[in-house]
Design a protein around this ligand. Structure first.
Ligand code: ADP
Ligand code: UDP
Length: 237
């Protein structure tokens, strides 16, 4: 597969076309941002680690019956994916209270939620990714009622699969963000699942093993990403 025209650079990845129609070259970067781009830095080895974690996780999800954009890993930092027509939505699933949920509604960090919470945010950096309800999604024409039902059901199913998967690796899946798109009318999981987009806590010590180490200047950021990869690989061995 040949890398084609450069299409888009985001905060964590670069997207290129390829010589095959409908196939994107997704290159994972070491760049890290937090607080809607206010804090910037790099995390050594992150591109390689996140590409590999996403490849393992998406293969597991596909085996569990989830439609994903992943075709294959092309090189240490590159995944080949099917081009999707992306929803301008960030779909967040929460199992344990943390992050913006704690700030916004005052639940104590670390409380087990009685049932998972699914939230939709507008994917718009200029507006600071505001939280949306279903009526907002319809008003903005971001998805139909039916698509929203399907997206939320897919997010809950993915949560069930991933919670069990990471639990076996000794990790609590606190919360995470998904992005979906459409291909031939079907809803498909796109983007990535990595320590950039998930909160992982060690099951025994509750040590943070994700981007919160970068966001909160806790140190040991690269080591945490490496540790998540190590556990994911060990589980797949
Ligand atoms: P951001 O745009 O949030 O800064 P990234 O650096 O991760 O994020 O860039 C990846 C971009 O590619 C995102 O805008 C994401 O929605 C988009 N994307 C992810 N998977 C696909 C896909 N299969 N087809 C088309 N676009 C995708
Ligand atoms: N998240 C993400 N991208 C975003 C916003 C959130 O990947 O633009 C992830 C984040 O890593 C966490 C979950 O979604 O795992 C919930 O994030 P939260 O709403 O708590 O926001 P934060 O305080 O992390 O900005």
């Amino acid at each position: 597969m040949q890398k084609g025209e450069f299409l888009y650079e985001g905060k964590a990845k670069r997207i290129y076309a390829t010589d095959e129609a409908g196939v994107f070259w997704m290159e994972f970067k070491d760049d890290a941002t937090a607080g809607n781009g206010q804090k910037r830095g790099t995390i050594g080895g992150k591109g390689r680690i996140n590409a590999e974690i996403t490849q393992h996780v998406f293969e597991r999800l596909a085996r569990g019956g989830v439609r994903t954009h992943l075709l294959r890993q092309e090189s240490p930092t590159v995944l080949l994916v099917r081009k999707l027509d992306m929803f301008k939505l960030e779909v967040v699933v929460r199992n344990i209270a943390a992050g913006s949920l704690v700030k916004r509604i005052g639940l104590k960090e670390g409380i087990d939620l009685p049932q998972p919470i699914v939230e939709l945010y507008l994917k718009d950096d200029a507006l600071g990714d505001p939280l949306l309800n279903d009526d907002h999604v319809i008003a903005l024409g971001l998805a139909t009622e039916r698509e929203m039902v399907e997206i939320k059901a897919a997010a809950r199913k993915i949560n069930d699969l991933l919670r069990a998967y990471f639990r076996t690796a000794g990790l609590l899946l606190v919360d995470f963000k998904l992005e979906f798109g459409k291909e031939d009318g079907q809803i498909v999981l796109g983007d990535e699942v990595t320590p950039d987009t998930c909160r992982f806590w060690d099951e025994k010590t509750r040590e943070k093993l994700d981007k919160d180490r970068f966001r909160q200047d806790l140190g040991g950021v690269e080591e945490a990403y490496q540790e998540v990869l190590r556990r994911v690989v060990a589980q797949n061995a």
